[in-house]
Design a protein around this ligand. Sequence first.
Ligand SMILES: C[S@@+](CC[C@H](N)C(=O)[O-])C[C@H]1O[C@@H](n2cnc3c(N)ncnc32)[C@H](O)[C@@H]1O
Length: 278
Amino acid sequence: MMVPLSAASPDTTSSITFSSKPVLLKSIVNALVSFAPLFTIMKLASRGTLIKTAEKDGIPWTSMEDHLIQNNEKLKYYFSEIENAAVTYPKYYVQQFHGYDDGNLNWKAAYECESAAKVLAARTYAELNLNVDAAFDRMRTSFTNSIKSYALQYRSAAFNTIADIGCSVGISTFYLARAFPSVEKLDAYDLSPYFLAVAKYRQNVVLDESFIAQEDKQLLWPHLSNFPASSISKIRWLHSNAENMKDAASESYDLMVLSSVLHELPQVGQRTTKQYDF
Ligand SMILES: C[S@@+](CC[C@H](N)C(=O)[O-])C[C@H]1O[C@@H](n2cnc3c(N)ncnc32)[C@H](O)[C@@H]1O
Protein backbone atom coordinates (compact mmCIF):
# COMPACT_ATOMS: atom_id res chain seq x y z
CA MET A 1 0.00 0.00 0.00
CA MET A 2 1.34 3.30 -0.95
CA VAL A 3 0.61 6.73 0.32
CA PRO A 4 0.16 9.28 -2.45
CA LEU A 5 2.92 11.82 -2.17
CA SER A 6 1.35 14.10 -4.68
CA ALA A 7 -1.97 14.60 -6.26
CA ALA A 8 -1.17 15.09 -9.91
CA SER A 9 1.65 15.14 -12.36
CA PRO A 10 2.57 18.15 -14.44
CA ASP A 11 2.42 16.02 -17.55
CA THR A 12 -1.04 14.55 -17.02
CA THR A 13 -4.09 16.18 -18.47
CA SER A 14 -6.27 15.23 -15.50
CA SER A 15 -6.76 17.74 -12.73
CA ILE A 16 -7.06 17.30 -8.99
CA THR A 17 -10.60 17.26 -7.72
CA PHE A 18 -11.24 19.09 -4.47
CA SER A 19 -14.98 18.60 -4.55
CA SER A 20 -15.66 20.67 -1.44
CA LYS A 21 -13.32 23.55 -2.38
CA PRO A 22 -14.49 26.60 -4.30
CA VAL A 23 -13.94 26.44 -8.06
CA LEU A 24 -11.47 29.37 -8.04
CA LEU A 25 -9.24 27.72 -5.43
CA LYS A 26 -9.40 24.48 -7.42
CA SER A 27 -8.28 26.27 -10.59
CA ILE A 28 -5.44 28.03 -8.78
CA VAL A 29 -4.14 24.79 -7.25
CA ASN A 30 -4.37 23.01 -10.58
CA ALA A 31 -2.53 25.82 -12.31
CA LEU A 32 0.24 25.71 -9.68
CA VAL A 33 0.80 21.95 -9.85
CA SER A 34 0.76 21.97 -13.62
CA PHE A 35 3.85 24.23 -13.56
CA ALA A 36 6.57 21.56 -13.64
CA PRO A 37 9.37 23.23 -11.59
CA LEU A 38 6.94 24.24 -8.85
CA PHE A 39 5.39 20.78 -8.86
CA THR A 40 8.84 19.25 -8.34
CA ILE A 41 9.49 21.51 -5.33
CA MET A 42 6.06 20.70 -3.85
CA LYS A 43 6.70 17.00 -4.39
CA LEU A 44 10.07 17.14 -2.61
CA ALA A 45 8.66 19.15 0.27
CA SER A 46 5.75 16.77 0.79
CA ARG A 47 8.12 13.77 0.61
CA GLY A 48 10.36 15.34 3.24
CA THR A 49 7.42 15.96 5.57
CA LEU A 50 6.06 12.47 5.04
CA ILE A 51 9.38 10.80 5.85
CA LYS A 52 10.04 12.99 8.89
CA THR A 53 6.60 12.22 10.33
CA ALA A 54 7.00 8.52 9.58
CA GLU A 55 10.32 8.37 11.41
CA LYS A 56 8.86 10.24 14.37
CA ASP A 57 6.16 7.55 14.49
CA GLY A 58 8.83 4.82 14.66
CA ILE A 59 8.91 3.80 11.00
CA PRO A 60 12.57 3.24 10.00
CA TRP A 61 12.04 4.77 6.55
CA THR A 62 15.61 5.88 5.83
CA SER A 63 17.26 2.82 7.43
CA MET A 64 15.02 0.52 5.40
CA GLU A 65 15.91 2.30 2.17
CA ASP A 66 19.62 2.31 3.04
CA HIS A 67 19.55 -1.40 3.88
CA LEU A 68 17.88 -2.29 0.59
CA ILE A 69 20.24 -0.04 -1.38
CA GLN A 70 23.19 -1.82 0.22
CA ASN A 71 21.70 -5.15 -0.81
CA ASN A 72 20.83 -4.09 -4.31
CA GLU A 73 23.00 -6.78 -5.92
CA LYS A 74 20.84 -9.48 -4.31
CA LEU A 75 17.71 -7.61 -5.30
CA LYS A 76 18.88 -7.30 -8.88
CA TYR A 77 19.47 -11.03 -8.94
CA TYR A 78 15.93 -11.73 -7.69
CA PHE A 79 14.65 -9.24 -10.26
CA SER A 80 16.37 -11.17 -13.05
CA GLU A 81 14.90 -14.43 -11.79
CA ILE A 82 11.38 -13.04 -11.48
CA GLU A 83 11.03 -10.69 -14.43
CA ASN A 84 8.91 -12.06 -17.24
CA ALA A 85 10.10 -10.28 -20.36
CA ALA A 86 6.87 -11.18 -22.15
CA VAL A 87 4.81 -8.97 -19.84
CA THR A 88 3.49 -5.84 -21.47
CA TYR A 89 2.60 -2.91 -19.26
CA PRO A 90 -0.73 -1.13 -19.60
CA LYS A 91 -0.56 2.59 -20.27
CA TYR A 92 -1.68 3.65 -16.78
CA TYR A 93 1.20 1.65 -15.31
CA VAL A 94 4.02 3.41 -17.11
CA GLN A 95 3.26 6.92 -15.99
CA GLN A 96 3.94 9.03 -12.93
CA PHE A 97 2.27 7.53 -9.87
CA HIS A 98 2.46 8.02 -6.10
CA GLY A 99 5.06 10.75 -6.70
CA TYR A 100 7.49 8.50 -8.63
CA ASP A 101 8.17 9.57 -12.21
CA ASP A 102 8.10 6.00 -13.48
CA GLY A 103 5.35 4.81 -11.16
CA ASN A 104 5.93 1.37 -9.64
CA LEU A 105 8.68 0.45 -12.08
CA ASN A 106 11.75 1.60 -10.13
CA TRP A 107 13.80 0.64 -7.07
CA LYS A 108 12.97 3.68 -4.98
CA ALA A 109 9.25 2.93 -5.04
CA ALA A 110 10.04 -0.67 -4.08
CA TYR A 111 12.31 0.37 -1.19
CA GLU A 112 9.68 2.72 0.22
CA CYS A 113 6.62 0.52 -0.21
CA GLU A 114 6.54 -1.09 3.20
CA SER A 115 7.27 2.14 5.06
CA ALA A 116 4.50 3.92 3.16
CA ALA A 117 2.10 1.08 3.99
CA LYS A 118 2.96 1.53 7.67
CA VAL A 119 2.27 5.26 7.44
CA LEU A 120 -1.21 4.43 6.23
CA ALA A 121 -1.81 2.09 9.17
CA ALA A 122 -0.44 4.63 11.67
CA ARG A 123 -2.76 7.29 10.27
CA THR A 124 -5.75 4.97 10.23
CA TYR A 125 -5.42 4.14 13.92
CA ALA A 126 -3.91 7.43 15.07
CA GLU A 127 -6.55 7.84 17.78
CA LEU A 128 -5.79 4.48 19.38
CA ASN A 129 -2.20 5.38 20.31
CA LEU A 130 -0.87 2.03 19.13
CA ASN A 131 2.75 1.62 18.20
CA VAL A 132 3.21 1.47 14.47
CA ASP A 133 3.72 -2.30 14.22
CA ALA A 134 0.60 -2.92 16.31
CA ALA A 135 -1.39 -0.57 14.07
CA PHE A 136 -0.04 -2.29 10.99
CA ASP A 137 -0.89 -5.71 12.39
CA ARG A 138 -4.36 -4.61 13.35
CA MET A 139 -5.09 -3.24 9.90
CA ARG A 140 -3.78 -6.29 8.07
CA THR A 141 -5.32 -8.84 10.42
CA SER A 142 -8.73 -7.22 10.14
CA PHE A 143 -8.50 -7.92 6.42
CA THR A 144 -7.65 -11.61 6.80
CA ASN A 145 -10.22 -11.94 9.62
CA SER A 146 -12.91 -10.77 7.21
CA ILE A 147 -11.88 -13.46 4.75
CA LYS A 148 -11.92 -16.04 7.55
CA SER A 149 -15.41 -15.11 8.70
CA TYR A 150 -16.65 -15.20 5.12
CA ALA A 151 -15.13 -18.67 4.77
CA LEU A 152 -16.77 -19.85 8.00
CA GLN A 153 -20.13 -18.75 6.70
CA TYR A 154 -19.94 -19.92 3.09
CA ARG A 155 -17.27 -22.63 2.81
CA SER A 156 -16.78 -25.98 4.41
CA ALA A 157 -13.30 -26.73 3.05
CA ALA A 158 -10.05 -24.91 3.87
CA PHE A 159 -8.38 -22.69 1.30
CA ASN A 160 -5.58 -24.90 0.04
CA THR A 161 -4.61 -22.73 -2.88
CA ILE A 162 -4.54 -18.94 -2.79
CA ALA A 163 -3.60 -16.21 -5.28
CA ASP A 164 -2.69 -12.74 -4.01
CA ILE A 165 -3.09 -10.50 -7.02
CA GLY A 166 -1.28 -7.17 -6.91
CA CYS A 167 0.86 -8.38 -3.99
CA SER A 168 3.44 -5.57 -4.17
CA VAL A 169 6.29 -6.32 -1.72
CA GLY A 170 4.31 -9.20 -0.22
CA ILE A 171 2.69 -7.60 2.82
CA SER A 172 -0.80 -8.94 2.06
CA THR A 173 0.74 -12.26 0.98
CA PHE A 174 2.51 -12.74 4.31
CA TYR A 175 -0.69 -12.05 6.23
CA LEU A 176 -2.52 -14.58 4.06
CA ALA A 177 0.21 -17.12 4.77
CA ARG A 178 -0.22 -16.51 8.47
CA ALA A 179 -4.03 -16.56 8.41
CA PHE A 180 -4.15 -19.80 6.39
CA PRO A 181 -1.10 -21.75 7.61
CA SER A 182 -2.14 -25.00 5.95
CA VAL A 183 -2.10 -23.43 2.48
CA GLU A 184 -0.39 -25.66 -0.10
CA LYS A 185 0.05 -23.14 -2.91
CA LEU A 186 0.30 -19.39 -2.42
CA ASP A 187 0.95 -17.52 -5.66
CA ALA A 188 1.64 -13.82 -5.47
CA TYR A 189 1.25 -11.80 -8.67
CA ASP A 190 2.34 -8.25 -9.42
CA LEU A 191 3.21 -6.11 -12.42
CA SER A 192 6.31 -4.60 -10.83
CA PRO A 193 9.36 -6.89 -10.84
CA TYR A 194 11.02 -4.35 -8.52
CA PHE A 195 8.33 -4.90 -5.89
CA LEU A 196 8.52 -8.66 -6.37
CA ALA A 197 12.29 -8.63 -5.87
CA VAL A 198 11.83 -6.85 -2.52
CA ALA A 199 9.06 -9.34 -1.68
CA LYS A 200 11.44 -12.21 -2.24
CA TYR A 201 14.05 -10.51 -0.10
CA ARG A 202 11.50 -10.19 2.74
CA GLN A 203 10.62 -13.86 2.26
CA ASN A 204 14.27 -14.79 2.77
CA VAL A 205 14.38 -12.72 5.95
CA VAL A 206 11.71 -15.09 7.32
CA LEU A 207 13.09 -18.30 5.86
CA ASP A 208 16.78 -17.91 6.53
CA GLU A 209 17.83 -17.07 10.10
CA SER A 210 21.21 -15.82 8.95
CA PHE A 211 20.04 -13.94 5.86
CA ILE A 212 20.54 -10.55 7.51
CA ALA A 213 22.19 -9.45 10.75
CA GLN A 214 20.01 -9.79 13.85
CA GLU A 215 20.26 -6.07 14.60
CA ASP A 216 18.98 -5.22 11.10
CA LYS A 217 16.12 -7.66 11.60
CA GLN A 218 15.27 -6.07 14.94
CA LEU A 219 15.34 -2.58 13.48
CA LEU A 220 13.65 -3.18 10.14
CA TRP A 221 11.46 -6.25 10.36
CA PRO A 222 10.82 -7.12 14.03
CA HIS A 223 7.23 -8.18 13.17
CA LEU A 224 8.39 -10.78 10.63
CA SER A 225 9.33 -13.18 13.42
CA ASN A 226 5.57 -13.75 13.87
CA PHE A 227 5.16 -15.27 10.43
CA PRO A 228 5.37 -19.05 10.01
CA ALA A 229 8.20 -20.16 7.76
CA SER A 230 6.18 -23.26 6.79
CA SER A 231 3.55 -21.27 4.87
CA ILE A 232 5.79 -18.34 3.88
CA SER A 233 7.93 -20.92 2.07
CA LYS A 234 4.95 -21.78 -0.15
CA ILE A 235 4.89 -18.33 -1.76
CA ARG A 236 5.86 -18.01 -5.44
CA TRP A 237 6.43 -14.50 -6.77
CA LEU A 238 4.98 -14.15 -10.26
CA HIS A 239 5.43 -11.23 -12.60
CA SER A 240 2.13 -10.90 -14.39
CA ASN A 241 -0.62 -8.51 -15.37
CA ALA A 242 -3.83 -9.13 -13.40
CA GLU A 243 -5.77 -8.08 -16.46
CA ASN A 244 -4.21 -10.84 -18.49
CA MET A 245 -3.55 -13.66 -16.08
CA LYS A 246 -4.71 -16.43 -18.33
CA ASP A 247 -1.64 -15.83 -20.45
CA ALA A 248 0.62 -16.02 -17.40
CA ALA A 249 -0.57 -19.13 -15.63
CA SER A 250 -3.06 -21.90 -16.17
CA GLU A 251 -3.67 -22.19 -12.46
CA SER A 252 -6.82 -22.46 -10.40
CA TYR A 253 -7.27 -21.26 -6.83
CA ASP A 254 -9.66 -21.73 -3.92
CA LEU A 255 -9.23 -18.07 -3.01
CA MET A 256 -8.19 -15.08 -5.10
CA VAL A 257 -7.43 -11.90 -3.21
CA LEU A 258 -7.09 -8.32 -4.42
CA SER A 259 -6.05 -6.20 -1.46
CA SER A 260 -5.92 -2.46 -2.20
CA VAL A 261 -5.47 -3.05 -5.91
CA LEU A 262 -8.66 -2.19 -7.77
CA HIS A 263 -8.52 1.51 -6.86
CA GLU A 264 -5.21 1.72 -8.75
CA LEU A 265 -6.68 0.34 -11.96
CA PRO A 266 -8.59 2.34 -14.54
CA GLN A 267 -12.16 1.13 -15.06
CA VAL A 268 -11.36 -1.03 -18.02
CA GLY A 269 -8.61 -2.76 -16.01
CA GLN A 270 -11.01 -3.38 -13.13
CA ARG A 271 -13.51 -5.03 -15.45
CA THR A 272 -10.98 -7.33 -17.15
CA THR A 273 -9.36 -8.25 -13.81
CA LYS A 274 -12.71 -9.15 -12.26
CA GLN A 275 -13.45 -11.62 -15.05
CA TYR A 276 -10.79 -13.86 -13.55
CA ASP A 277 -11.62 -13.42 -9.91
CA PHE A 278 -15.29 -13.76 -9.37
C1 LIG B 1 -1.50 -0.58 -3.23
S1 LIG B 1 -0.58 -1.98 -3.79
C2 LIG B 1 -1.34 -3.26 -2.85
C3 LIG B 1 -0.35 -4.24 -2.37
C4 LIG B 1 -0.82 -5.37 -1.50
N1 LIG B 1 -1.87 -6.17 -2.08
C5 LIG B 1 -1.17 -4.93 -0.11
O1 LIG B 1 -2.31 -5.13 0.31
O2 LIG B 1 -0.29 -4.39 0.56
C6 LIG B 1 -1.26 -2.30 -5.41
C7 LIG B 1 -0.39 -3.23 -6.21
O3 LIG B 1 -1.10 -3.56 -7.39
C8 LIG B 1 -0.13 -3.71 -8.43
N2 LIG B 1 -0.83 -3.60 -9.72
C9 LIG B 1 -1.41 -2.52 -10.27
N3 LIG B 1 -1.94 -2.84 -11.47
C10 LIG B 1 -1.71 -4.17 -11.66
C11 LIG B 1 -2.01 -5.08 -12.69
N4 LIG B 1 -2.69 -4.71 -13.78
N5 LIG B 1 -1.60 -6.35 -12.55
C12 LIG B 1 -0.90 -6.76 -11.45
N6 LIG B 1 -0.60 -5.93 -10.44
C13 LIG B 1 -0.99 -4.65 -10.54
C14 LIG B 1 0.86 -2.61 -8.17
O4 LIG B 1 2.11 -2.90 -8.78
C15 LIG B 1 0.92 -2.61 -6.64
O5 LIG B 1 1.97 -3.41 -6.20
